[in-house]
Design a protein around this ligand. Structure first.
Ligand code: MSP
Length: 500
């Protein structure tokens, strides 16, 4: 048994959760469920990023305190995760005491090492991005709310760790994935790395964690936020827990926050003398047409609408199947319906209908024994036997999309097998042989349902329950003969296009 610790970014509490947020969180949930199924000890962390200027301003606008504002916003995420079947181990909010204390201790330790110093800084500041930007960035016109600021601030000596970070990336090919993102970071590190401004004067913005060595300042929201990955698992407070989970197996992030994770976070950890994450994985964006889905662009797809209309499992399935990890993907209602009808209604749902219909008709609803084998069964049996190990390998490599595709290949293979073996015809002359075909097909369906249950927990568990195989595992042949199938409705009723 090994351990698997996975995180999502902690989302800005102000945001209305959309498909992009849902995607990362479902992905973490799917990976966790797969790892649980192979017996790993798992920890899945998500949560909310609650400090910083944007939250402060939003609260001011609503005439409430920032904390009150956060408390009112947080349930939107928690409820969405519940509706999406997300089973996290911990949900951290950066306004919690357990987090604040760890951030302050981390700051103090870094300060004591001599890695934090004060300096006067004048530059362009993007309120929207909550950071100082370079002249070139300002000229690019890509930043909103840019103002000139001059103030004393505290800086973290990020530059001190530049070479160490480059070496680490070179020595650990799996550290930043996929590979093109790793190259991007190495490219970025070819320029001299500046130091990181990690404070904000309270006179300008007081909503944050106070610096333990200067009461007039709060810490920069990113320094605060990144610490969540260690504060939640007992850093500085529960040595045993921390040792068990840290370093994290994988930080799942969107490509938009690659630099903060691979450069800021890694150098912060170097200074704290803590191990670096095993993997930082940056996935692509969900696009609508050619543009990123985002609240400010007003083109967001609300996951709750989809779940209410079509059910949670197919939303999870579509998101996992449609995005090749690392690349951008396009969300379209047409694509969603097509995926539902072809994979879920025609292939997976239909396989259940066929086997249960035939077993009901020919065997009084009881799973027949596989007494009369034929070489034609081998291809199904052999593919099914190989599948669990293959899926496990793909999941370990974070290739969820390929793991799903491999499982659906088996489902399609079995549909073809039933077609060519035609057990309804065979039954007229050779009932034991028809029973064997149906056992083989049903066992393959059981295995597919077992392997897809990380992606579609409720529908797959329903299938296993119908087959009387609720506690079965990944070995071929676990389906029990003689069990009476439970009656059921169509698993995924076909969607008519006009229902769109
Ligand atoms: N609060 C920071 C993260 C701090 S982590 C220590 C933040 N939050 S966010 O609310 O903006 O969420 C960012 C994450 O949401 C992205 O990295 C990505 O995981 C997900 N997505 C947001 N929009 C997305 C798309 N359009 N497509 C895919 N995922 C995107 O940044």
């Amino acid at each position: 048994m090994s351990k698997f610790y996975v995180t999502t970014p902690i989302y800005y509490v102000n945001d209305k959760p959309h498909i992009g947020h849902a995607y990362t969180t479902i992905l973490a949930d799917v990976l966790t469920r797969y790892h649980k199924a192979i017996g790993d000890d798992t920890f899945f962390l998500t949560g909310l990023d609650e400090h910083g200027q944007k939250v402060f301003q939003a609260a001011q606008k609503r005439n409430v305190t920032p904390l009150q504002h956060c408390n009112e916003m947080a349930p939107r995420f928690i409820e969405l995760w519940k509706k999406l079947g997300i089973e996290y181990s911990d949900f951290i909010r950066t306004t919690e005491d357990r987090h604040i204390k760890v951030v302050q201790e981390a700051l103090q330790k870094t300060f004591d090492r001599g890695d934090i110093y004060a300096d006067e800084y004048e530059g362009w500041y993007s309120v929207a991005e909550e950071r100082f930007i370079t002249e070139t960035e300002k000229d690019s016109g890509q930043f909103r709310d840019v103002t000139r600021l001059k103030e004393k601030n505290w800086f973290f000596k990020m530059s001190k760790y530049q070479q160490k970070l480059i070496n680490h990336i070179n020595d650990n090919p799996g550290f930043i994935q996929p590979e093109h993102r790793r190259n991007e970071v190495l490219g970025f590190l070819k320029q001299p790395l500046g130091d990181l401004c990690i404070s904000r004067p309270k006179s300008r913005m007081s909503w944050g964690i106070e610096l333990p060595f200067d009461k007039d300042y709060v810490t920069y929201v990113w320094y605060d936020a990144l610490i969540n990955y260690v504060s939640a698992v007992g850093c500085f407070t529960d040595e045993e827990k921390f040792k068990k989970w840290w370093p994290v197996s994988v930080h799942l992030i969107g490509k938009d926050i690659l630099t903060t994770h691979s450069v800021y976070w890694s150098t912060m950890l170097f200074s704290l003398e803590l191990p670096l994450p095993e993997t930082i994985f940056a996935h692509g964006w969900w696009l609508i047409g050619q543009t990123k889905m985002s609240k400010s662009l007003g083109n967001v797809v609300n996951p709750l609408d989809l779940v209410e209309q079509y059910g949670v499992d197919c939303v999870r399935y579509y998101l996992m199947k449609e995005m090749i990890l690392g690349q951008d993907a396009n969300f379209t209602p047409e694509g969603f319906i097509k995926c539902y009808n072809s994979d879920l209604a025609n292939d997976f749902g239909n396989l259940l209908n066929r086997v249960s219909g035939l077993i009901n008709r020919l065997f009084d609803g009881k799973i027949p024994p596989a007494e009369k084998k034929d070489p034609a069964d081998d291809i199904v049996e052999q593919s099914a036997k190989k599948l669990p190990a293959n899926v496990e390998k793909l999941i370990t490599e974070l290739k969820v999309q390929e793991a799903i595709a491999a499982t659906m290949d088996l489902v399609r293979l079995v549909n073809g097998y039933i077609e060519s073996q035609a057990p309804w015809k065979v039954a007229k002359t050779d009932l034991p042989r028809a029973g064997t075909i149906l056992y083989t097909a049903t066992e393959a369906l059981r295995l597919a349902a077992f392997l897809l249950s990380a992606v579609m927990p409720s529908k797959c568990n329903l299938v296993l329950d119908i087959l009387g195989a609720g506690d079965s595992g990944r070995r071929w042949g676990e389906l029990k003969r003689g069990i009476k199938l439970k009656t059921h409705e169509a698993l995924f009723p076909r969607l008519e296009v006009d229902k769109k």
